[in-house]
Design a protein around this ligand. Structure first.
Ligand SMILES: [Zn+2]
Ligand SMILES: [Zn+2]
Length: 232
């Protein structure tokens, strides 16, 4: 019924693609042609989602030092046009991009038959950063995922107490130092299976810090869901 309604609406007021500005032939603001330009993270480590070659399911790094989460699902590689949409959302206040990114992630989760968690937790921003930006992009993406996949979202369990420099500007060692003890748990989640939601995963340190905290509260299964994986 809803899809019929959205098809009808699309005939009356057609969706227009935010990337090429042509009429969208999808039921959201991104056309099929631009959607197919997105680089899919096809062969990735099941644990951290870094692209891998060969037949191994888990990368060497995760085998040697398993993180505190069990699985990652990060369907895209961080390059244009997905990179462009993420940057538009984070630095140019284009909130429509959260809906498109959330739509793409939810579709990929459904298509890949991922086991759904009971709860999703967006990676928090420090209150100062959130105030500067006016919103937290991972909450905006999670809001859409929550609605589309019918999973509860809670952004009050994990908070970021210490203001840190953006990870992208730092070396690997500086990143680890930068993230030590910056997050804390405010309340014990009741769910046993949780997905942490981020926009971009680079080293995985941020999500691992959060997974460590969640595990310490007794959560049994922790997944990481993100839009894009950087390839270094
Ligand atoms: Zn387009
Ligand atoms: Zn891995």
């Amino acid at each position: 019924m809803i899809s019929l309604l959205s098809k009808l609406m699309n005939q009356i007021i057609p969706y227009s693609c935010v990337l090429c500005h042509q009429k969208s032939n999808n039921n959201f603001d991104l056309c099929h042609q631009c959607e197919h330009q997105m680089a899919i993270n096809r062969q990735a480590c099941q644990c951290c989602a870094i692209p891998i070659e060969g037949t191994a399911l888990v990368c060497g790094k995760c085998q040697q030092h398993p993180p505190f989460f069990q699985q990652s699902f990060i369907p895209f590689i961080y390059q244009d046009p997905i990179r462009h949409l993420i940057l538009q959302l984070k630095f140019h206040e284009k909130l429509y991009a959260a809906k498109i990114l959330g739509h793409l992630l939810a579709t990929q989760i459904k298509q890949n038959n991922k086991a759904l968690p009971e709860l999703i937790i967006p990676v928090p921003l420090h209150p100062t950063r959130q105030k500067q930006r006016g919103f937290n992009q991972t909450i905006e993406i999670s809001r859409f995922l929550s609605h589309k996949l019918n999973i509860q979202m809670d952004n009050s369990i994990i908070i970021k107490e210490i203001h840190t420099q953006p990870q992208i500007d730092l070396s690997r060692i500086e990143r680890e130092k930068n993230l030590a003890n910056v997050f804390s748990v405010k309340k014990t989640p009741v769910a046993q299976h949780i997905a942490i939601v981020d926009d971009v995963v680079t080293t995985g340190h941020t999500v691992n810090q959060i997974a460590k905290l969640l595990q310490s509260t007794g959560v049994e299964k922790i997944d990481v869901w993100a839009i894009a994986r950087t390839v270094t």
